[in-house]
Design a protein around this ligand. Structure first.
Ligand SMILES: Nc1ncnc2c1ncn2[C@@H]1O[C@H](COP(=O)(O)OP(=O)(O)OP(=O)(O)O)[C@@H](O)[C@H]1O
Length: 357
């Protein structure tokens, strides 16, 4: 099943022209700077903004095809929408706010059970509270639950964590991961926070100036040197693996394919799936296997490409560890020349540090 969209609108000083072909599964992140057109795209998907000459289809359902006079109004689209700020009814308690979501759908059409959603989002202890007595993170969890209880075919989330401080954000992210693992509802997630996107998304659409610059599975898009600079905090690659053990010296081990990555001690149990982000600036390259180094994570790799970095004198080198896993290394062009690093070259990748997401 796929989501196919074509949106075009010209506004004063801004043209949006996007063609999207997305999988109707998992989390797709729309990532771009402020003013790049993410919200306009989301509002167009919801039908809140009717853009001329546009088209939208999810699975076999066409919600908009202006060339054939089709436009399904927003209230007839099975969509859940979560905004930056949770807009709960202040006079109703959490339970009544949730029921409001569910009542919009006839009992026979409900796809999700209320008790399951309450459990997934950890809302049981909050049911009798009024919205005023909730933290920002709790309010947002209620808003997400309310949207899910309308049994949407598609969940749209517009910067759902951007109004929360770092601690609240960290509190809510595991809930979003659980939703992802346990519910089959596709999510389109708008964000300009690279850490959120790399942690949650399966698919990534990079938007710049109203246009799609790149789209595809997140690991693949991140490796594309051309787009590395659109990710505003620097080029990086993602490693996804399972905690395979807790080691001495306050360290844990993450297995990915036939490799193991040593991390600072993690609280997660063995077997827990985890994503890490490896910044290209934290990866260096040796021609021979280093033994006398303080760096613990050293992998044999093959250079698959060498491209220009963000600044003059910088190169981005893609290193292939195996069929599934690549790393990006940011090197000086001087080092690339001195070590004669070229595609096909067998080298050793040293990973200085890893951001656990
Ligand atoms: N109703 C409107 N009429 C005219 N211009 C608009 C309208 N809505 C948005 N714009 C303009 O369209 C451009 C894209 O806005 P949009 O809100 O989609 O960007 P965004 O990527 O979501 O930004 P942000 O992250 O700041 O929310 C901006 O230049 C904005 O000023």
């Amino acid at each position: 099943m796929a989501i196919v969209a074509k949106f075009r609108v010209e506004r004063e000083g801004f043209t949006l022209d996007m063609a999207l072909n997305l999988p109707a599964t998992g989390i797709t992140a729309l990532y771009g700077a402020s003013g790049s057109g993410k919200t306009t795209c989301l509002r167009a998907i919801a039908g809140l903004e009717r853009l001329p000459n546009s088209f939208f289809q999810i699975g076999t359902e066409v919600w908009q095809d202006e060339s054939n006079g089709i436009f399904v109004p927003p209230h007839q689209r099975q969509i859940g929408y979560v905004f930056q700020e949770a807009s709960l009814f202040p006079h109703l308690d959490v339970a009544a706010n949730l029921q409001f979501g569910q009542k919009r759908i006839a009992a026979a059409e409900r796809q999700v059970s209320e008790s399951h959603i309450i459990e997934l989002l950890g809302l049981k202890p909050l049911l009798k509270r009024s919205p005023a007595a909730l933290s920002g993170g709790e309010r947002q969890r209620v808003a997400i639950a309310r949207a899910l209880l309308t049994s949407p075919q598609l969940l749209l989330m517009d910067e759902p964590l951007s109004a929360l401080d770092r601690a609240l954000k960290q509190e809510i992210l595991p809930y979003l991961e659980r939703l992802h693992q346990e519910l089959a509802i596709p999510v389109i997630y708008v964000s300009h926070a690279a850490d959120e996107v790399t942690r949650l998304a399966d698919h990534l659409v990079l938007i710049d100036g109203g246009e799609v610059k790149a789209a595809g599975p997140i690991k693949q898009v991140l490796l594309d040197h051309q787009h590395a600079e659109l990710f505003n905090d620097g080029a990086s690659s993602v490693i996804e693996g399972q905690i395979s053990g807790h080691l001495e010296h306050y360290a844990s081990e993450l297995r990915f394919g036939r490799f193991a990555l040593r991390l600072s001690q993690q609280d997660h149990p063995v077997g827990q799936q985890l994503r890490c982000r490896v910044f290209a600036s934290d990866v260096s390259v040796c021609l021979t296997q280093p033994h006398d180094t303080s760096i613990s994570n050293i992998f044999p790799a093959k250079v698959s490409s060498v491209g220009d970095g963000r600044r003059p004198g910088e190169k981005l080198v893609t290193l292939q560890l195996d069929q599934q896993q690549h790393l990006l290394a940011q090197l000086s062009s001087h080092s690339v020349e001195r070590l004669q690093i070229h595609p096909g070259h067998h080298v050793w990748a040293q990973v200085k540090s890893v951001a656990v997401l």
